[in-house]
Design a protein around this ligand. Sequence first.
Ligand code: GLU
Length: 467
Amino acid sequence: MSVRTRFPPSPTGYLHIGGARTALFSWLYARKYGGAFVLRIEDTDRERSTEESVQAIFDGLQWLGLDYDEGPFYQTGRMGRYREVVEQLLREGKAYRCYCSKEELDALRERQRAKGEKPRYDGRCRQRDTPVPGVDPVVRFRNPRDGDVVIDDVVKGRIIISNGELDDLIIARSDGMPTYNFTVVVDDMDMRITHVIRGDDHVNNTPKQINILRALGNEPPKYAHVPMILGEDGKRLSKRHGAVSVMQYRDEGYLPEALLNYLVRLGWSHGDQEIFSRQEMIELFDIGEVHRSAAVFNPDKLLWLNYEYMKSLSLTDLRDHARWFFGNRGIDIDAQPNWHEVLKANQERSKTLVELVERSLFFFRDVDGYDEKSAKKFFKGQAGEILEELRSELAGIEPWQPETIHQCVHGLAEKRSVGLGKIAQPVRVAVAGVAVSPPIDDTLAILGKEATLRRIDAAVAYINSRA
Ligand code: GLU
């Protein structure tokens, strides 16, 4: 039987880190065994499901390169099918209509609590054969009363739940809407899912789902319940811990490959290997090796991985990834004759694409104002004079290249008996607007003679205007 996995998000928000990891694990498993990965949109909660969230899920999966083979299937498009299965269970006596009013159920619960019992439906409508006039019934699944449900969970090991612990679950509400645990079962059955990989917040649903599946004549798939992701404070990962939306990582300049690599290591390891190509992940990842304990999200490690991936990219790939960010800052990177040198000079200095773009901008357009602190610190004392003198020396340089610029800057430092910083820093602020850039000779060489001289002139004018 070929492997079939699924990712069934409820479209009630963005694609978050936890969802993306479950999607990745399911996708890897399907890819490893040449199986199918199915996308299903669980949108039956019409109040909370939105088109934007559906789109956010598509965008997130696409950005991460997690392609699906079947779907997207929408649960709202399968209502007829759910109704059909409810009818089948009713017909076969495996489900029954329940007419109990809210007051009746509340009173039952109160009595059970008073006796110190766990509140649960007592099955009083199981034997009822006449409808109650004027009441729209719910439909309940006739859960087995005896025996246990055994789950041989691929991650958690054996879990045994006694049927005595389980309620006669509502599978269709009084307005006919099927409930979550029921739609999942019908879908997993119809879509012939062989491996259900999902967050362990669903463990409690699994015995109910298994019972319904069996009632429908199916053997359950294999289950792998993946432990939660926690923040570094030990609490469940949430917005408090920073970005949790996958697309926010894109916007912050992370590479999809780095995020995938980070996600695969959240709760899984392979010796002490840290970097995995997509192909390696497919070959090496095994859902059975996922750790039983919760994983802790470490943003610094993700940043480190991103840096490693950024460093390893070819300049052309780096440009392709950065294009969108440059566009957002009004720069058409493909139209810049020196993009190659600029990206090369900044590649190893940047941990994210956003940082790369920020560090590169001044090469492509004149500075519009100086960073206040840098100007205060480096445009003082003899800076104006030094810049003027440097400017006249630089004007005579031929050819304009790092070596000749280097000689010129060093020559001036010697001549004036000042440290190199006294020259390099003011000129840096003059050309970049800030006091950080690649080595000054490279910076000026890449910038070009004309832009360098023009920007030094502007800085000298600025300094003189404030003297
Ligand atoms: N729609 C459910 C969720 O987003 C999926 C549950 C499952 O994987 O069975 O949590």
